[in-house]
Design a protein around this ligand. Structure first.
Ligand code: NI
Length: 138
């Protein structure tokens, strides 16, 4: 059981009003919960920026159907089978496909794999979102 500590924060009134509006919009129960999330988010970002620990990444790729990208993406996933946990293919319309991959491993490696997929010829757009497995974040 973690010990809970209370602390005071001095803030500009306007800033606090904007923060209160934001947390209401996002559905937080109270300021404490919103501040806890901000702190956790900062810690997670630092963890993966530093390349320490294991991360989970979701990579979304958009590419033109029939451009040969599909085979190339499959080859790359086979090469990194230990890091690619799962994948989903969505046929968006007659011309476009989306590939959504879940990757798991060291941040540096996940970033490298994602960069090589995103920069593949024929990929129109790609975006990696990384988070942590949470082991180091209370
Ligand atoms: Ni498709």
């Amino acid at each position: 059981m973690h010990k809970v500590v209370r602390f005071g924060v001095s803030l500009d009134r306007d800033l606090l009003e904007k923060f209160d509006a934001l947390i209401e919009e996002r559905g937080y129960a109270n300021r404490s919960e919103a501040i806890r999330d901000l702190i956790r988010n900062s810690l997670v970002t630092r963890e993966w920026e530093a390349g320490e620990g294991e991360v989970v990444g979701s990579l979304t790729l958009i590419y033109h159907h029939g451009s040969g990208v599909s085979d190339k993406l499959t080859d790359l996933q086979h090469q990194h089978a230990g890091s690619v946990v799962s994948g989903m293919h969505v046929h968006l319309d007659e011309e476009n496909c989306a590939e959504i991959l879940v990757l798991r491993g060291m941040a540096k490696k996940i970033k490298e794999i994602s960069d090589s997929l995103i920069s593949s010829r024929g990929v129109k757009h790609g975006k990696l979102v990384m988070t942590t497995t949470g082991k180091e974040v209370p």
